[in-house]
Design a protein around this ligand. Structure first.
Ligand code: SAM
Length: 271
């Protein structure tokens, strides 16, 4: 349940029959919330009012316990769209971090698909498992999680999508080429331009992928009060870049680029 006070401050907790939720001004019994339609206004024993809703996915991931930095909802939405994560898709994901992106992937593939996540750290894997289990109410049967480095794993199955959110995705390009079906999508989410450059070059050098495309998503909220309609003063300035490419058919060479590289793109030539 998510309660919002008149100033917009959010409070979330899991409803348990018999429990109470305490504030500095009175409490609400969980039993009073059970059966209420979403969008109800509830009062504490001292008259403090809150609006009650079940949290949206974006609210849930922003408030869940974090091990690693999460993929923000704006980027998760873009990843699902740009990488074309469809119902029934077989997705390989690494690293799992706190599990925020995993939840979006699981929702997009649905029970007819599968998400196989790999996370290097056991403590992060445990935290993500708790977050994902709590979100779905039980561990989804179409989700599996391995602990280790994704590039060192032996996969017997084929994947439609490889989605990477980790420090060095360029080390995983060869592995992605092995496990992706022809036409499959490779997508990496990286925080810095140096990671972006290394990943782009690795995709080009590998020879099994189409010319990579990169983007970043900047979302600016707006404030509206009467005629005072203007951009909000605060926004999330930078999160990361997406780089995407598709697996070519086996044995087919990528068509050579017609464009000449920009002067200095590959460093200053020696005299
Ligand atoms: C930024 S976090 C991922 C956050 C996650 N996408 C989320 O939304 O909560 C990056 C994670 O990648 C893991 N990692 C780094 N390199 C890895 C590798 N080669 N294989 C598997 N996991 C890796 C790290 O341990 C870390 O948990």
């Amino acid at each position: 349940m998510q309660l919002t006070d008149p100033k917009g401050k959010l409070y979330s907790f899991t409803i348990t029959s018999g429990k109470e939720w305490h504030t500095h001004k009175g409490w609400i019994t969980h039993d009073d919330l059970i059966g209420l339609p979403e969008g109800s206004v509830v009062s504490t024993t001292a008259g403090l009012k809150f609006t009650a809703f079940i949290p949206l996915l974006s609210d849930y991931v922003l408030s869940m316990p974090r091990g690693a930095t999460i993929v923000y909802p704006k980027d998760a939405a873009m990843i699902v769209g740009v990488a074309d994560i469809y119902p029934g898709a077989r997705v390989l994901e690494a690293g799992v971090g706190s599990g925020a992106l995993t939840i979006s992937l699981l929702r997009a593939v649905g029970p007819g698909g599968s998400v196989h996540s790999v996370e290097r750290r056991q403590d992060f894997a445990d935290n993500a498992t708790a977050n994902i289990t709590e979100y779905f109410g039980a561990k989804p049967s179409y989700w599996s999680l391995d602990v280790g480095s994704v590039q060192d794993k032996e996969f017997t199955e084929e994947f439609d999508r490889v989605i990477l959110d980790m420090l060095s995705p360029w080390e995983c390009v060869e592995m992605a080429a092995r496990v992706l079906r022809p036409g499959g999508v490779f997508l990496a989410y990286v925080a810095t331009t140096t990671q972006l450059a290394a990943t782009a070059e690795a995709l080009k050098e590998d020879g099994h992928f189409t010319e990579p495309e990169s983007s970043e998503t900047i979302v600016r909220g707006w404030h509206h009060e009467g005629l005072a309609v203007r951009p909000q003063q605060r926004m999330i300035g930078h999160t990361g870049f997406l780089i995407i490419s598709r697996r070519m058919a086996p044995g087919v060479e990528v068509l050579a680029r017609r464009r000449r590289p920009a002067k200095g793109a590959y460093g200053v030539p020696e005299e």
